[in-house]
Design a protein around this ligand. Structure first.
Ligand code: C2O
Ligand code: CU
Length: 475
């Protein structure tokens, strides 16, 4: 369903002449120098987010860059990331989608103390799976991420597929004022209780994109990453047939995106193999129609005039080597039910907050409007929602009894999406964040093989803050 939110005012910020060059589409990339050691400094920065006719935007950024620097390692390589907090408030860094040891997961209070201003914390872990991942704060996330803190983490396959080039698109959504400043209404009740903080300006790698320069005949691996607080994307590649090769980092059997349309809920990643099958000099539109009534042109696919790189598509497989995730065994599974409730038009009457059952009015007064199995997340880590026996297959049925979509994220694991509304899906694809539509029921399965206490929450960051968050334990 589409809910009321400010329409995208992209035109306003384009200022008529803000087209950016091809080079500017590339995010900054940091190559590990000694082994895989990086330093990330979250802190205030000023960036030219929108057209030059507007002032720079004061943001919070990693190493001054929007998006944060692209960290790249090889599969199985050990990363060491020193985070030096340059913010005036505490933070942590969560490595979204990485199956890492619990102590490195970046969840304040649960897995580590918050990193105070001026202090540092060293994350040190092995990246077991190749794929497209990302990092972001897990403290006051709805504000820290909205202000710009997010960056990509790419884990390279030992033997990547053959493509002519690779690109990474970090899609973000901003709520800006007329002066291009980040609107500071992070506590807006309407956002908490409806679809989250949906903004008015979409950026690609930190800019408003105008055109994607391509060459006829080339094959591009496109890594898509949605770091928005709440906005979903559905990119429609007119005139092209993008092939999905990985979802949330994990390879899948390659398939053509139906209608050339690729959906990305908040926090989702999709890797595509795109054959640029147009002719020299042609232009195509790349639209985003996730909110059907608010579709807009994201950019043009702009073909250079030079002759095609080749006459017929590259004759090479786009199937990525699978990562070695443990395969769920449904015959031995423990089964669990999750009910997502609350929000505007959701009809929830009461929920438990910090051990006390409160009517919705009381909850709302405390900024809580959502619940998982009748419990709204409070200030401190609650009792685990589930205790999973280590090494055993778990099947979770999630039922969305609200009027809004919830991309549900489980830390430390990937889950196979088995069915939607009882209808089995052809190939159960791995996800770390599973979008669950209003009134929908989904079923996922995974082996709980990673010991520790893990967050399980909605990745609409306003929903997470307003109660839709829980802890599960693997022991
Ligand atoms: Cu992307 Cu709990 O986070
Ligand atoms: Cu949600």
């Amino acid at each position: 369903m589409s809910s009321p939110f400010p329409a995208l005012s992209r035109r306003r910020f384009l200022g008529g002449a803000a087209a950016i060059s091809a080079g500017a589409l590339l995010p900054s990339r940091v190559r590990a120098e000694a082994g895989a050691s990086f330093t990330l400094v979250p802190g205030p920065a000023n960036v030219q987010l929108v057209g030059k006719s507007y002032p720079k935007t004061a943001v919070w950024a990693y190493n001054g860059a929007i998006p944060g620097p692209e960290l790249r390692v090889k599969q199985g390589e050990r990363l060491r990331v020193v985070v030096e907090n340059g913010l005036a408030e505490a933070t942590t860094v969560h490595w979204h989608g990485i199956r890492l040891p619990n102590a490195m997961d970046g969840v304040p209070e649960l897995t580590q103390p918050p990193i105070a201003p001026g202090e540092s914390f060293t994350y040190d872990f092995v990246a077991p799976d190749a794929g497209t991942y990302w990092y972001h704060p897990h403290l006051n996330s709805r504000e820290q991420v909205a202000r710009g803190l997010a960056g990509p983490l790419i884990v390279e396959e030992a033997e990547p597929i053959a493509v002519d080039r690779e690109e990474l698109w970090v899609l973000d959504d901003w709520r800006l004022t007329q002066e291009a400043a980040v609107a500071e209404d992070f506590d807006r009740f309407h956002d908490l209780s409806h679809a989250g903080r949906i903004g008015n300006t979409v950026t690609l790698n930190g800019f408003i994109p105008e055109a994607w320069p391509v060459r006829a005949g080339e094959r591009v691996r496109l890594r898509l990453l949605n770091v928005s607080n709440a906005r979903g994307f559905a990119l429609v590649f007119d005139g092209h047939a993008p092939v999905v090769i990985a979802v949330d980092g994990q390879p899948c059997t390659p398939y053509e995106a139906p209608g050339g349309r690729v959906e990305l809920a908040p926090a989702a990643r999709v890797d595509l193999a795109v054959d640029l099958s147009g002719k020299p000099g042609e232009r195509f539109t790349l639209r985003d129609d996730y909110y059907r009534d608010f579709a807009y042109r994201l950019l043009d696919i702009a073909y250079d005039a030079v002759p095609p790189l080749r006459e017929s598509p590259l004759d090479a497989s786009v199937r990525l080597p699978a990562n070695s995730l443990p395969e769920p065994d449904l015959s031995e599974a423990a089964r669990h039910e999750v009910v997502l409730a609350g929000g505007a038009m959701g009809g929830m009457r009461a929920a438990i907050l910090d051990g006390q059952e409160l009517p919705i009015r009381e909850l709302a007064a405390r900024g809580k409007v959502w619940a998982i199995n009748g419990v709204a997340s409070g200030r401190y880590a609650p009792e685990p929602l589930f205790r999973f026996e280590r090494g055993r297959t778990q099947v979770i049925t999630m039922r969305n009894e609200t009027a809004f979509e919830h991309p549900m994220h489980l830390h430390g694991h990937h889950v196979r999406l088995l069915s939607r509304n009882g209808a089995p899906l052809g190939e159960p694809v791995w996800h770390d964040t599973v979008p669950v539509a209003p009134d929908e029921m989904v079923e996922v399965a995974f082996v709980a093989d990673n010991p520790g206490q893990w967050m399980f929450h909605c990745h609409v960051l306003e929903h997470q803050a307003a109660g839709m968050m829980a802890v599960v334990e693997v022991a």
